[in-house]
Design a protein around this ligand. Structure first.
Ligand SMILES: *Cc1c(COP(=O)(O)O)cnc(C)c1O
Length: 668
């Protein structure tokens, strides 16, 4: 039997904002950046100082007042700063404690989020923190070269720039010239021919390049990115090739240029043991290469530092079983002990921790457009009326027995016969459906059967909750009976990893947290793709199949919709923005940079407007002018033939024009 951890467990007692915080796990995954205030609104504390809070509901209202509608991505530069400093401090502490003398640099792989604002922010802190940037492709290299120039001052020469990924002749030539320019740039050899190109261009331009080698370790990663490492990985040199590289460089009198040894064992590594093994193996190879005369200075342990998306601090894919501090301690410890026993000077440690740097910085806020739900309490009067009508409808069809059975089961359900009632109801429902399939049941009777079945399900859950336990057989009921909340966003654009690799992101309402959420729901986006839904949610114990949400409050008047209800999706800063796609031509959302001023008030630093319809259409080669012309011609003809009045024609054309210039999402 599973214990019930849903709404029913909390029915007794007064609901408080603290109950909501606990229910959604906010302190667990929020790690001090996210909280709930006394108004029941979610707050962001960009520096983890409780005195410096941004009320998200207030921000969304403020943006609405300025004409900026949800969905909107909020970015917090201060969180980014704080994260970078946290990583810096973790390594400083570990190195101090263990008397490590080699130093540390975190190098940001811009593929994790190439948004200029984010990269500029990191570049501007890089000099102070001794951090750097990493490029994995030609376009990224060009961006990084531009960014490191703008950092100015000592950063121009000091900031390490690491180049991973496959490189061609032109790439290496660019890197060579950038070295001549004065950049501290290190191309990492992923395959043998790159080494030959580096040597060729170094000779041609008369420079002493810094060279990195990526090695295929035998230690494997674990989890989703397992294949990033190991001898069958796409990248890196075999150990035999490392030795050949040493010989080759020696022959060209460039062994002192071999500066960096690199590995990357995967992303979101949830088990610290994977790092320990990989770093251990890498350190041994490092010491061996030093012994052979390589001028090594940097030990680059790659990325992979994970993020605790579900707050469980455990070794499974949505979480990690270590903290930043533990990661730093372990890495420093392993490298130091291997180097000390080999009497090799401590290298400068480099990590390429992309996800860990930027994940916390972005939050998506989306509005709920409406919901679809099964009625918990059926309209019995109406049901009995329908049954009576069916019975008096001549003698052709009688009231089908399964319908009567369901009515009976519903009326006589007690706490004692839950299982029996469930079995009866399931059987009756199945019988009803096959009768309908054979043409022996009318549509009104089928609707009655469905309503009764759902109502029995609800009643069963309620009664089981009162007992405090959920029989295994009912385990799927909460999911089956849950509501669907339709949200104004595209899963494919804003959280593609949720679709692609079933990654979990924490989600909760950003207001009304002083009220007990009484609905269980899954979320659907506005694409027409049935994959565009979220039906797994973070939880400390195991992922939940439904999310507790508040009732939508209807606005007075027919067709007026519901009161605004906003959900926040957190920890979206890593990978999601750039992996997002234009499915259904839903484009980038607005992105707004929020910071806190000296008085502790939030302020808008920057607004980056989302794609317009025109922009996404152009992306797939439409010419908006052509489209408008075609519409105008058609409307003109319709007016001439009297199908539209001139005024109607004018309105339609205006909607079309405005639509092209507008947001790709719904603007209520
Ligand atoms: C993707 C990548 C990273 C970043 O990994 P995270 O898991 O985001 O830290 C680092 N290094 C290389 C070579 C990569 O390909």
């Amino acid at each position: 039997m599973a214990t019930i951890t849903t709404r029913s467990a909390f029915i007794h007692g007064q609901w408080s904002t603290a109950d909501s915080a606990q229910l959604y796990g906010i302190p667990d995954w929020g790690k001090g950046y996210v909280g709930v205030n006394s108004l029941g609104n979610v707050t962001v504390m960009p520096t983890k100082e409780p005195g410096k809070q941004v009320d998200l509901a207030e921000v969304i209202q403020g943006l609405k007042d300025r004409g900026i509608h949800t969905p909107v991505l909020l970015r917090f530069n201060d969180i980014l700063n704080h994260r970078l400093r946290e990583i810096r401090k973790a390594f400083d502490d570990a190195m101090k404690e263990q008397s490590y003398t080699g130093g540390y640099s975190c190098v940001y792989p811009i593929k994790v989020n190439q948004q200029r604002h984010i990269c500029e922010q990191i570049a501007s802190l890089a000099v102070e923190l001794d951090f750097g940037l990493e490029a994995g492709s030609k376009p990224e290299l060009l961006a990084v070269l531009g960014l490191s120039a703008s950092a100015g001052g000592p950063g121009v020469n000091g900031m390490p720039i690491i180049c991973n990924g496959f490189k061609d002749d032109e790439f290496i030539e660019t890197v060579t010239l950038a070295t001549k320019l004065g950049r501290n740039i290190i191309p990492v050899v992923e395959k043998w021919t790159e080494l030959e190109l580096i040597v060729k261009h170094a000779k041609q331009y008369g420079i002493r390049p810094k060279i990195g080698l990526r090695v295929k370790l035998s230690s494997k990663g674990a989890g989703r990115w397992e294949s990033s490492a190991g001898v069958r990985s796409k990248f890196g040199l075999f150990v035999s090739e490392l030795l050949q590289a040493v010989e080759y460089l020696k022959k060209h009198d460039m062994l002192d240029c071999l500066n960096l040894l690199h590995c990357h064992v995967g992303s979101q590594l949830y088990d610290i043991r994977v790092f320990k093994n990989a770093v251990n193996e890498l350190s041994h190879i490092y010491c061996e290469l030093v012994r052979l005369g390589a001028g090594l200075q940097y030990l680059d342990i790659g990325g992979g530092m994970g993020v605790d998306y579900d707050g469980s601090q455990s070794a499974w894919s949505s979480s990690i079983n270590y903290t930043v501090a533990e990661y730093a301690q372990d890495v420093v410890y392993r490298i130091k002990s291997v180097c000390d026993s080999a009497k090799v000077a401590h290298p400068r440690i480099v990590s390429e921790s992309g996800r860990a740097m930027v994940a916390y910085g972005s939050v998506l806020i989306m509005d709920v457009l409406g919901s679809s739900k099964f009625e918990a309490s059926p309209d019995l009067v109406n049901i009995e009326k329908l049954i009576k009508e069916e019975a008096s409808n001549g003698n052709e069809r009688e009231v089908p027995q399964p319908v009567l059975d369901l009515l009976d089961a519903y009326k006589n359900l007690t706490e004692r016969n839950l299982m029996e009632a469930y079995h009866d109801a399931t059987q009756a429902r199945d019988e009803a459906m096959s009768l309908f399939g054979l043409g022996y049941m009318s549509l009104p009777m089928r609707s009655v059967a469905e309503q009764l079945f759902w109502a029995i399900g609800h009643k069963l859950l309620e009664k089981a909750a009162k007992k405090g336990e959920l029989p295994d057989e009912f385990e799927n009921l909460p999911e089956l009976l849950s509501d669907i909340y339709f949200c104004n966003f595209s899963l494919f654009q804003s959280m593609p990893d949720s679709w692609a690799i079933d990654q979990l992101f924490p989600i909760c309402p950003i207001h009304r947290l002083g009220e007990q959420p009484m609905r269980q729901a899954i979320l659907a986006d506005i694409t027409c793709d049935s994959d565009g839904k979220i039906d797994h949610f973070v939880d400390k114990r195991e992922d939940k199949k439904t999310l507790e949400l508040h009732d939508l409050r209807d606005l007075p008047g027919e067709g007026k919709g519901c009161e605004p209800y906003y959900l926040g999706v957190f920890l979206l800063g890593a990978y999601q923005e750039i992996l997002g796609d234009l499915h259904n031509l839903l484009g980038d959302t607005h992105a707004v940079h929020i910071s806190i001023d000296d008085q502790g008030e939030w302020e808008i630093e920057d607004v980056i407007e989302g794609d317009t319809v025109e922009e996404v259409l152009k992306y797939v080669q439409y010419d908006p002018e052509d489209l408008k012309r075609a519409m105008r011609k058609d409307i003109e003809a319709a007016c001439k033939q009297g199908r539209l009045t001139l005024i109607e024609g004018k309105s339609l054309l205006k909607y079309y024009d405005d639509g092209l210039e507008g947001y790709t999402y719904l603007e209520g």
